[in-house]
Design a protein around this ligand. Sequence first.
Ligand SMILES: Cc1cc2nc3c(=O)[nH]c(=O)nc-3n(C[C@H](O)[C@H](O)[C@H](O)COP(=O)(O)O)c2cc1C
Length: 187
Amino acid sequence: MTKILVLYHSNTSNTKRMAELIAEGASQLSDAEVRLRSIEEADHLDLAWCEGIALGSPTNYGCVSWQMKQWWDQQPIENWGQRDGKIGCVFSSAGAWGGGQEWTCMSLLSILINYGFLVFGLTDYSGVRFSAHYGAIAAGPPEEDREQDACRRLGLRLAEWTATMIHGRTESHPLNQTYDRFKDLGQ
Ligand SMILES: Cc1cc2nc3c(=O)[nH]c(=O)nc-3n(C[C@H](O)[C@H](O)[C@H](O)COP(=O)(O)O)c2cc1C
């Protein structure tokens, strides 16, 4: 099984909805086992269990929420450096476009990199002039098709990379897929 953890914090369910879409996308890979957990539900055993993680937070003042930061701050220090080589990606909802989603993605990536995860973003386009290069982003709830597609694609890509990098399943490599990766590119 390819073990995927979608871990999120959400105050008003917008990031939670993104997490659900990402979990849905990860489940598109045959043999993926997906755990969807809020930080209230998850603990260090979920980090130990997973092989790939999608980490999401609302954008709070252009940064990761204090609750998500606290969750990582309170991880048992002896586990730091023991999770190296797992695959990671990130997502965030802010109140508005330009509200700091990508800043938040960068702070989430920073946490994952520091913890030893190998991180990635999407080259794919999920709509006209719309990508998730640094992670999936939304303004408020992910209501638009392009936002939802980006979330699903990020989850699928996480499962693909995890299957490829952790299990050596070369058929799961993104470049071996037949679906359209550059929807509406160039318009
Ligand atoms: C303390 C706080 C800080 C916020 N800071 C920002 C911000 O910097 N930029 C922005 O666009 N929205 C900001 N927002 C709005 C949230 O990012 C937005 O409502 C988001 O969709 C909430 O996601 P959630 O439902 O998962 O909690 C902030 C909200 C709160 C409560």
